[in-house]
Design a protein. Structure first.
Length: 310
């Protein structure tokens, strides 16, 4: 009998920010993931990288400022670095927890490239804020390099395009590992953004929206369940207001309408709702769950989360 497949998208709260925080957070997350494996799911884990890729980008930019003879590090390379070291900590935490619980299953991290459309409107209207706060002179130097900046309290910060994912280059490798009943870590931080040029892949100066990539991943591995772990237990209407309403469930039709109405915050809950609607689509089988990691348990029933279905 074919095992059910689950894609679990880890948010910031499941990873922490600093290196010591990450070590603690992934150990807790690994115990929660092990529970899904014990329920006999084949699992793919994906994750955010916001603080981590920003830290890497800032460190490499500062290095090049001090040593101008070195070449600046492209955003795609910073993304690859973040995938590597988050995957390293997460993979080892999962391996340790599996062995502690008597689960004898390999864990593999796949350095994953995600294709973007070079004509995506996001490239003409960059919006994703990254990196450290710069002064006016540094911001002007960034613009002379062809990068975009925006004014923020205290100075300026760089902004990058956030295009939609079109395809996942390593998807066949991910499927093969799943077919071999391995737990896979892939598409971290939305994937390494690349553009196709004939037979070549070229790194793009972009950060692909991680939730949309997670939904694309879940679709391409034909997952039964797509779980997004975030900072709140349930999706809310009128979030933060006096008449806030928590949702136990949501149909894809309702989700699409709420998105049109601008009900959810851009860059926060909005891409998660869009990702859930994209994944479920018109399927009567697929479900998505948006919830919070409570203790050492991932609730995939919707008891403490919001279930999105047809």
């Amino acid at each position: 009998m074919k095992k059910k497949r689950i894609v679990i998208a880890l948010g910031h709260h499941a990873l922490g920010t600093t290196l010591p925080e990450q070590k603690i957070a992934v150990a807790k997350t690994a115990r929660a993931v092990a529970g899904c494996i014990k329920d006999d799911y084949q699992a793919v884990i994906t994750h955010g990288n916001g603080p981590q890729v920003g830290m890497i980008h800032m460190a490499m930019a500062e290095f090049c400022r001090i040593y101008p003879e070195y070449t600046a590090t492209p955003m795609s390379v910073c993304s690859a670095m973040s995938q590597g070291y988050i995957g390293y900590d997460l993979q080892n935490a999962l391996r340790t927890e599996f062995l502690n619980q008597g689960i004898y299953k390999p864990v593999a991290t796949v350095l994953t490239q995600v294709v973007a459309d070079p004509y995506d409107d996001a490239f003409y209207h960059p919006s994703k804020i990254i990196g450290r706060v710069m002064n006016a002179q540094e911001a002007e130097a960034e613009e002379q390099k062809g990068n975009h900046v925006t004014e923020v309290p205290g100075g300026f910060r760089r902004i990058a395009a956030s295009p939609k994912p079109v395809d996942i280059i390593e998807i066949e490798s991910i499927r093969a590992l799943l077919d071999a009943d391995q737990t896979v870590i892939a598409c971290g931080g939305g994937g390494i953004p690349v553009l196709k040029q004939a037979n070549n892949l070229r790194g793009a100066s972009a950060i692909i929206e991680k939730d949309l990539t997670a939904a694309k991943l879940a679709d391409l591995v034909d997952a039964d369940l797509f779980v997004m772990l975030t900072g709140v237990e349930k999706v809310c209407l009128r979030y933060g207001s006096a008449d806030e309403k928590k949702l136990d469930e949501l149909t894809t039709a309702q989700a699409v309408q709420y998105l049109k109405d601008g009900e959810f915050e851009a860059g926060s809950m909005e891409p998660k709702i869009q990702a859930a609607a994209d994944f479920v689509g018109n399927s009567a089988i697929r479900k998505a769950v948006i919830t919070k990691l409570n203790g050492e348990r991932i609730d995939i029933t919707g008891e403490t989360g919001t279930v999105i279905h047809k």
